[in-house]
Design a protein around this ligand. Structure first.
Ligand SMILES: N=C(N)NCCCC[C@H](N)C(=O)O
Ligand SMILES: O=C(O)CCC(=O)C(=O)O
Ligand SMILES: [Fe+2]
Length: 329
């Protein structure tokens, strides 16, 4: 959806990263420019690349390389951290466990989420209660991934501050009851090359079926030599999000769409690995508080003609319905 965009814009967010905590960051002309670019990208595509994000390239690359090392392990080794309802849907899933709109996705993955302790959100949190399951091999996997999650959380908070400015909203729009205690998810994903020998019995070539992301903002760390992520524009054309080394691909999720009454949309995307190589991607999702009640904000309802266009959602409930519908055993 969105517009008839033909390419995905690239934004150097360096100035925002530097000044995000300033009470009046747009006094700096460079920050003001970044904010304008964010607004344009969010209105037109719902997707953008970021550079100047401050996470060292060595870390971004190492995260992909330890992920690849894990996927290279024999199947029974990977199944030691198998995901199930008993683990709060955290852990490893084989190819064929994930389903999007009834079609099997040709990927394997480790799913991780912010920890949910027993009773933390009452009945709302029960399905997601559990601790993350980390592989013992590669040995530094857990430490590296937890450090990476912290960095992505910090970065997302900064980008959302820029998005709050872009929307002309209050600076604390994504704090407090909305995302003061953001729920996060990470999917460490491996896409076998379905046309090659890696997956001779593949039943389709859909690495991940078309979908929108659930929360506020996604940061995609993808292999830099394979084009597989595709974003749909309003004409139904699939625009490739080709890798740009040193960047994250960022995209808007459903909770941000609801809050803005559709002024910013969560754009449909999918993954097809038609290369001859195995593709690795680590997707980090910055979401609202687990128990956030998300509704179109009054200022955006007014701005879009006075009618509330979208139903509200309780994020935790929304997530659970997605998890239960996309994972089959
Ligand atoms: N936790 C988040 N946000 N995950 C987004 C994954 C979307 C893929 C899933 N197969 C689907 O169809 O929704
Ligand atoms: O593999 C990718 O590039 C993106 C994956 C994705 O869209 C997701 O996990 O939500
Ligand atoms: Fe996605």
């Amino acid at each position: 959806m969105a517009t008839d965009f033909r390419s995905i814009p690239l934004i150097d967010i360096g100035p925002l990263v530097e000044k995000w905590d300033d009470p009046n960051p747009t006094q700096d002309q460079r920050v003001a420019q970044v904010v304008l670019q964010l607004d344009k990208a969010c209105r037109e595509a719902g997707f953008f690349y970021v550079t100047g994000h401050g996470i060292p390239d060595s870390i971004v690359k190492e995260i992909r390389s330890i992920s690849r090392q894990f996927f290279d392990l024999p199947c029974d080794e990977k199944l030691k951290i198998n995901l199930s309802p008993a683990t709060g849907y955290r852990g490893y899933q084989r190819v064929g466990v994930n389903v999007t709109k009834g079609v099997f996705d040709m990927h394997e993955a480790i799913d991780c989420y912010k920890e949910v302790k027993p009773g933390m959100y009452g009945g709302l949190g029960e399905v997601m209660e559990g601790c993350n399951q980390w592989p013992s091999d590669p040995p530094r996997f857990k430490d590296l991934m937890e450090d990476y999650v912290n960095r992505c959380t910090e970065l997302s908070r900064k980008i959302l501050r820029g998005i709050a400015l872009a929307l002309g909203g209050p600076l604390d729009m994504f704090e407090g009851n909305i995302a003061g205690d953001p729920f996060w998810a990470v999917r460490i994903i491996g896409y076998p090359a379905v046309n090659g020998k890696q997956m001779p019995d593949a039943i389709n070539d859909i690495g991940c079926g078309e979908h929108t992301d659930y929360g506020l903002l996604t940061l995609v760390n993808q292999d830099d030599d394979i084009t597989a992520l595709q974003v749909r524009n309003i004409d139904g054309e699939w625009i490739p999000a080709a890798p740009v080394p040193g960047t994250f691909v960022c995209n808007i999720g459903d909770m941000l769409k609801i809050m803005t009454n559709g002024i910013y949309e969560s754009t449909v995307h999918r993954v097809m690995n038609n290369s001859a190589k195995y593709r690795v991607c680590v997707a980090y999702f910055y979401e609202t508080n687990y128990d956030a009640v998300v509704e179109p904000l009054e200022m955006f309802v007014e701005r879009s003609g006075g009618a509330k266009k979208l139903d509200g959602a309780v994020y935790g409930k929304y997530l659970v319905s997605k998890v239960l519908n996309t994972i089959v055993f």
